[in-house]
Design a protein around this ligand. Structure first.
Ligand SMILES: NC(=O)c1ccc[n+]([C@@H]2O[C@H](COP(=O)([O-])OP(=O)(O)OC[C@H]3O[C@@H](n4cnc5c(N)ncnc54)[C@H](O)[C@@H]3O)[C@@H](O)[C@H]2O)c1
Length: 252
C-alpha cells in the first residue's frame, strides 16, 4: 500500500474531513496519530480504524495552545522514532458578520486556530523531518476561502489565505530538504462544520448546490482521497500547490 509503515499526524482527526482522512490513510497502510481537542470522539475514530484492520492512536492536542504541537510531535517521535507525514486540518468557522462588526476576540480566536495553529504544526513537523533527513510530506487544510473571499467571513477568509501563503513559503524553503508542503482548498463538504455554518438552512444549501458546476455537495472522503495522494510518493513532484476540491466552483 502507498503509505505502508509511514507515521502520519492528522489534526482535527475526530470529525468531518479529518475523520475521513484518518480512515483513508490507515487503509493505505499508515499508522495514524489522530489528534483533536475532542478526545472521546478521536477514540471512536481509532476504534473504527482498528476494526477495519488498521493502526491508529489518539493524541490530545489543541493546536492553538502554545507549545502543544511541538510537544505532540516530540511524543510521536519518542513512541515511533519518526514522523513521515502530516495533515494539518483542525479548524473552526468564524463570525458570519461584516468586517466592521467583527469582535477582536473572535478575530484572534479564528486566527489562533486556523492560521497560527497550522503554523505551529508545520514548524514542529519540518524541524523533525529535517532531523530525520528522510524528507516528508505535509498537507494543510485551507479552503476556497483561501483563494477567494466569501462575504461575511473576513476572519475565516484571512486565516485561510494565510494558510495558502504559509504553505507556499514552507514549500519554497524546504523543497531542497525533500519536504513537500501542499494545501487543499475544499469547497462545500458534507461535515458537521458545514451543517453548523452558513449551510445550515435548506434554502442556503440549495442555493449552494445550484452554484456548483458539479451540482452537489462533496463527501468528506472526496477530500481524503486527494490528501492521501498528496501524502504519498505518487505526488512526488507536487509541492507548493493550493488545490481546489470544490466541484469547479472557483473555476467560474
Ligand atoms: N466542511 C467544509 O465545507 C469545509 C470547506 C473548506 C474548508 N474546510 C476546512 O476543513 C477543516 C476540517 O473541517 P470539517 O468540515 O471537517 O469540520 P469539523 O468541525 O467536522 O472538524 C473539525 C475538527 O477540528 C477539531 N478542532 C477544532 N479546533 C481545534 C483545535 N484548536 N485543536 C485541535 N482540533 C481542533 C474539532 O474538534 C473537529 O474534530 C477545517 O480546517 C475547515 O476550515 C471545511
Amino acid at each position: 500500500m502507498s503509505l505502508d509503515n509511514k507515521v502520519v499526524l492528522v489534526t482535527g482527526g475526530a470529525s468531518g474531513i479529518g475523520r475521513a482522512t484518518v480512515n483513508r490513510l490507515a487503509l493505505d497502510g499508515a499508522h495514524v496519530v489522530v489528534s483533536d481537542t475532542q478526545v472521546e470522539l478521536a477514540g471512536e475514530v481509532v476504534a473504527e480504524v482498528k476494526k477495519a484492520g488498521g493502526s491508529a492512536e489518539v493524541c490530545e492536542l489543541d493546536v492553538a495552545e502554545e507549545g502543544a504541537a511541538a510537544a505532540a510531535v516530540k511524543a510521536i517521535v519518542t513512541a515511533h522514532g519518526r514522523l513521515d507525514g502530516a495533515f494539518n486540518n483542525a479548524g473552526i468557522t468564524g463570525p458570519t458578520v461584516k468586517l466592521l462588526d467583527i469582535d477582536p476576540m473572535e478575530w484572534a480566536r479564528v486566527l489562533a486556530v486556523n492560521l497560527t495553529g497550522v503554523f505551529s504544526c508545520v514548524q514542529a513537523e519540518i524541524a523533525q523531518m529535517i532531523q530525520q533527513a528522510s524528507g516528508g510530506s505535509i498537507v494543510n487544510t485551507a479552503s476556497i476561502c483561501g483563494l477567494v473571499a466569501l462575504p461575511h467571513a473576513t476572519a475565516y477568509n484571512s486565516a485561510k489565505h494565510g494558510v495558502v501563503g504559509l504553505t507556499k513559503s514552507a514549500a519554497v524553503e524546504y523543497g531542497p530538504k525533500n519536504i513537500r508542503v501542499n494545501a487543499v482548498c475544499p469547497g462545500f463538504i458534507d461535515t458537521p462544520m458545514l451543517a453548523q455554518g452558513a449551510g445550515a438552512s435548506e434554502e442556503v444549501l440549495n442555493g449552494v448546490v445550484s452554484s456548483l458546476p458539479i451540482r452537489r455537495i462533496a463527501e468528506a472522503g472526496e477530500v481524503a482521497d486527494v490528501v492521501a495522494w498528496l501524502l504519498s510518493a505518487q505526488s512526488s513532484y507536487v509541492t507548493g500547490v493550493a488545490m481546489p476540491i470544490d466541484g469547479g466552483w472557483t473555476a467560474q
